[in-house]
Design a protein around this ligand. Structure first.
Ligand code: ATP
Ligand code: MP5
Length: 265
């Protein structure tokens, strides 16, 4: 059976990040995609112009309406915007207990615009992080969650990922995309064990939504694969291929999107 996978995230009218990217990544990775919107974001490849948050009560109503009818096989959580929305999502997770929950703790867009209120970082860390199965922070997000300086070297990733598990996260995929070097390396830590996910670094400015794509692909693949490690390695290979295929796109003047291609045609 095709897995039903839910994205809880903000929007991107240019289709490169957020809900729009998640739905494409779900489809390309063999899942049926569903989406609950947390924030309407006026953004494109060049940056964010304005954010309108969806009231927390209505995020909860969207989730309850869906979950009373459909049991998802996995959930990906992205941009939440503020503390009230975080608490609403945490409470729905408690009541419905969906399997395979991935949290991409989105805080700042590639353009530098904030997508999470600074005072909500502690709420995300204390209330949501312990309730999910995997978190996928980038380096600034990991530093913010831990109150530590941002890492500058690949060799430091495993220890910082382990410290994030000490905050209550069951598994951590710490993304090293902001580091330079020939390879693009991330680290997955679960049960104290660390393994690297390495792939070639693609030379491109079409890198808008890479983090959204990786976490969405993991959520889509997890119900179809035996464990988190297999799903994460395969999602990473998918992302690298989508980054390479981005050279076939001509979308906008800024950081263009990756290309979520389907192989049947
Ligand atoms: N040029 C690249 N080539 C290959 N992989 C890359 C490249 N840039 C980033 N990645 C990979 O993309 C994923 C996302 O990495 P990154 O650390 O940039 O996360 P992010 O900042 O959350 O992404 P975004 O905010 O753009 O959605 C990681 O797996 C990273 O290794
Ligand atoms: C709704 C939403 N969610 C996440 C991102 C992060 O993606 P990026 O860092 O590539 O801008 C974004 N820009 N918009």
């Amino acid at each position: 059976m095709i897995p039903n996978v839910l994205s809880i995230a903000g929007t991107d009218p240019s289709g490169g990040a957020g809900i729009q990217a998640d739905l494409k990544a779900f489809s390309a990775n063999g899942a049926y995609g569903m989406a609950v919107v947390t924030a309407l974001v006026a953004q494109t490849t060049t940056g964010v112009r304005e954010v309108r948050e969806v009231p927390a009560g209505f995020v909860a109503t969207q989730l309850e309406t869906l979950l009373d009818d459909v049991r998802p096989d996995a959930v990906k959580i992205g941009m939440l915007g503020d503390a009230e929305v975080i608490l609403a999502v945490a409470s729905v997770l408690d009541r419905y207990a969906p399997p395979h929950v991935v949290l991409d703790p989105v805080m700042v867009a590639k353009s530098g615009d904030r997508l999470l209120a600074p005072r909500a970082v502690g709420v995300l860390r204390d209330e949501l992080l312990p309730r999910v199965d995997l978190i996928t922070p980038n380096l600034p997000e990991a530093a913010d969650l831990l109150g530590e300086p941002e890492l500058g070297a690949v060799g430091e990733l495993p220890d910082q990922a382990r410290r994030l598990t000490e905050l209550g996260a069951k598994r951590v995929l710490l993304k090293g995309g902001h580091l330079s070097g020939e390879a693009s390396a991330d680290v997955l830590v679960a049960d104290g064990e660390a393994e690297f996910l390495r792939d070639e670094r693609i030379s491109t400015t079409n890198d808008h939504g890479t983090g959204c794509t990786l976490s969405a692909a993991i959520a889509a693949l997890r119900p179809q694969r035996p464990d988190w490690s297999t799903a994460a390695h395969e999602a990473k290979r998918y992302l690298t291929a989508a980054l390479a295929a981005a050279s076939r796109l001509d979308v906008g003047r800024g950081h263009g999107p990756v290309h979520h291609f389907h192989t049947w045609w």
